[in-house]
Design a protein around this ligand. Structure first.
Ligand code: PMP
Length: 400
């Protein structure tokens, strides 16, 4: 690894924030003297009750920061992949049981997702289809937006769930979640959103969004990896995905990761408190980078982002670079001290074009040349300038 790396891959994961690290320190201490923080939150003794209090304090703090109606609506999970799987399978299964109890013996549940969902939504949706559900995968426009007309036309009498991400991890498109949720409710369907990329970058106010469930992942907003949240509004039908010891009110069994959860809550507090200011700061970096990159005739923006647009994440720029495959670009930039991505980190080892870029109709040959630059709290204008200088030198040819 180069001595000093400039990290421009914040959509893949963020560095751990000081606030989060500090909140976890008591749980990382070793030895009997520090044991109170190492208790199992489900034990009856005082050591367990200390851990339980930390767990419930974290839950209350996250609920407050996200404007959930009750702390019990916050379920801690191992991350967003688990939350997404649990939500899709859990809500659909409970809706199916409910229909059967109402005497609809042949009820076939219908679910809606968009073509640009993360794989952790698409894969469980496809699994549900294989198990007999009806599935509609909605097309998006060339900038990744789902039109309300297209969404409404897809809603059916048997639609039980629509799962539409709040913001896309590759191209940054932000959907009109509150409106789509209202359309779903009008036909009696539940609405779920993968809000992983939004927290800290966009306002996330669960009371205003009017959704039934959502996922979050701590490592995308300065917390540790391997811990996340499934928000489940009270009275949303849900069959637990992980069953066993009955933790999290029997909605997610397994001994809670109190250390990680304390880190998640501290990161969530920072992310929500700094969001409005950070969105503006990141947006000016995004607009600057976008403008500079697109002065090159061989660099094509994957989506058209207008300056100051809040319809896209403030911290993601995705371009396709004619003549250079993603891998070549990433490895060259890595050697030069810059960490960037070709798209989603989850599919970084795949040589197939991204399903998101395909869905916005970028030809495969061009989609294989994509580059995603994403930034965050510690990124400065100097970092962006340094990146541009190295990148343009690599491209050679035209002068700015
Ligand atoms: N959804 C989106 C939009 C993501 O970007 C990611 C992470 N790449 C996930 C879900 C999965 O989150 P986790 O890493 O917590 O499993």
């Amino acid at each position: 690894m180069t001595a000093k790396m400039t990290y421009l891959d914040w959509a893949a994961t963020t560095p751990l924030y000081e606030e989060s690290s500090r909140a976890m320190q008591p749980y990382l201490a070793t030895g009997a003297a520090h044991f109170p923080c190492g208790g199992n939150a489900n034990s009856l003794h005082s050591i367990g009750r200390t851990a339980f209090k930390a767990l419930e304090d974290a839950r209350a703090s996250v609920a407050r920061d996200l404007h959930a109606a009750r702390p019990s609506e916050i379920i801690f999970t191992s991350g967003a992949t688990e939350a997404n799987n649990a939500a899709l399978k859990g809500i659909v299964s409970a809706c199916m049981k409910r229909a059967q109890q109402e005497g609809k013996r042949d009820f076939v549940p219908h679910i809606i997702v968009s073509a640009i969902e993360h794989d952790s939504v698409l894969a469980p949706a496809r699994r549900l289809k294989a198990e007999g559900c009806e599935l509609t995968i909605l097309k998006v426009d060339n900038n990744g937006f789902i039109s309300e007309e297209v969404f409404c036309a897809a809603l059916q009498e048997n639609t039980v769930l629509a799962s539409i991400q709040m913001a896309n991890n590759e191209i940054g498109t932000v959907q009109s979640i509150a409106r789509l949720a209202a359309h779903s409710h009008a036909v009696g369907a539940f609405f779920y959103t993968d809000a992983v990329q939004s927290l800290g970058k966009l306002e996330v106010n669960l009371a205003q969004l009017g959704i039934d469930a959502a996922s979050f992942s701590a490592h995308k907003f300065g917390g540790p990896k391997g811990v996340g949240v499934l928000y489940l509004k009270t009275r949303t039908p849900f069959d637990a995905f992980l069953v066993g010891g009955g933790q999290e009110e029997a909605r997610r069994s397994g001994t809670q990761n109190v250390c990680g959860i304390a880190g998640l809550a501290a990161a969530c507090a920072y992310a929500t408190a700094s969001q409005a200011e950070e969105q503006q700061r990141l947006m000016s970096l995004r607009d600057y980078l976008y403008e500079k990159l697109t002065t090159r005739t061989t660099v094509f923006p994957s989506v058209a982002i207008e300056a100051n647009s809040t319809q896209f994440l403030p911290n993601v720029v995705n371009v396709c670079v004619e003549g250079f495959e993603s891998e070549t670009l990433i490895l060259h930039l890595d050697r030069a001290g810059f960490a960037v991505s070709g798209g989603s980190a989850c599919s970084a080892h795949s040589l197939k074009p991204s399903h998101v870029l395909q869905a916005i109709r970028i030809p495969d040959a061009r989609a294989l040349c994509s580059l995603r630059i994403s930034f965050g709290r510690y990124t400065t204008q100097g970092d962006i300038d340094a990146f541009l200088a190295v990148f343009f030198e690599f491209l050679g040819g035209e002068k700015e």
